[in-house]
Design a protein around this ligand. Structure first.
Ligand SMILES: Nc1ncnc2c1ncn2[C@@H]1O[C@H](COP(=O)(O)OP(=O)(O)OP(=O)(O)O)[C@@H](O)[C@H]1O
Ligand SMILES: Cc1cn([C@H]2C[C@H](O)[C@@H](COP(=O)(O)O)O2)c(=O)[nH]c1=O
Length: 213
């Protein structure tokens, strides 16, 4: 029998709480005996981690948006081919901190690159890989900025103006509006526990629906 893995992505503006929630969901699924892989973009592979360092380094302030996009996509191509697809083939549940929607929101909506071109480039990089489910943690960028600043100085993208982060948020909400079956939107400003309970409900509902198919 073919084992079916599941590819779940977490998206949202910087500091929305994705890493925190992935950790909690991973523990929940592992307790239920499921094989979970947690990963992130850019990153998840040695090549991706090196690209991540370049992308987030403040010394590259002013990087050309197309160069930026191609670096994110190079990291994604390696990640999709060597981590996500093999884990899916083994029937694992992959929880990824960001994936292709981030490129559409940050480079497409916020950097104003053409959405169709970014979508085609994503398709090329991932060879058509699409998440089964996407949790979008949504919140007011000004409030999330205050939250992030408690962690210290931001990276090259976090240091962008608040108007940039507002365009990112709008970009994500537009993507969710176009694919309501794939996206679940959650208020990132709720407590960690409330958000975790909502995510667990969505995942249980998704797994239950899939068992019946
Ligand atoms: N629901 C919450 N309420 C208040 N603070 C939170 C909440 N969730 C996470 N935090 C805190 O906000 C900060 C950012 O959280 P986290 O690293 O999980 O977010 P992230 O979305 O992964 O961030 P980034 O996009 O910058 O990697 C951390 O200091 C974390 O402890
Ligand atoms: C995948 C991806 C990410 N970004 C941005 C979003 C964040 O500002 C950083 C990644 O850092 P995080 O702490 O892991 O959230 O990169 C982007 O602009 N485009 C992308 O495709």
């Amino acid at each position: 029998m073919q084992i079916r893995g599941m590819f779940i992505t977490f998206e949202g503006p910087d500091g929305a709480g994705k890493t925190t929630q992935i950790g909690l969901l991973s523990q929940y699924l592992s307790r239920r005996g499921m094989a979970v892989v947690t990963t992130r973009e850019p990153g998840g592979t040695p090549l991706g981690d090196d690209i991540r360092r370049i992308l987030l380094d403040v010394k590259y302030k002013g990087m050309d948006p197309r160069a930026e996009t191609l670096l994110y996509l190079a990291a994604r191509a390696q990640h999709a081919a060597t981590v996500i697809r093999p884990a899916l083939a083994e029937g694992r549940i992959i929880l990824s901190d960001r994936f292709a929607d981030s490129t559409l929101a940050y480079q497409g909506a916020a950097r104003a690159l053409a959405a169709a071109e970014v979508a085609a480039a994503n398709e090329f990089a991932t060879a058509g890989l699409i998440p089964d489910l996407t949790i979008l943690l949504d919140g007011d960028p000004a409030e999330l900025q205050t939250r992030r600043q408690r962690r210290g100085a931001g990276d090259r993208i976090e240091a962008e103006a608040i108007a940039f982060h507002r365009r990112v948020r709008t970009g994500f909400l537009q993507l969710a509006g176009k694919e309501p079956d794939r996206f679940r939107i959650i208020n990132a400003l709720d407590s960690v526990e409330t958000i975790n309970s909502q995510i667990v409900c969505y995942i249980d509902e998704f797994l239950h629906r899939r068992e019946k198919q």
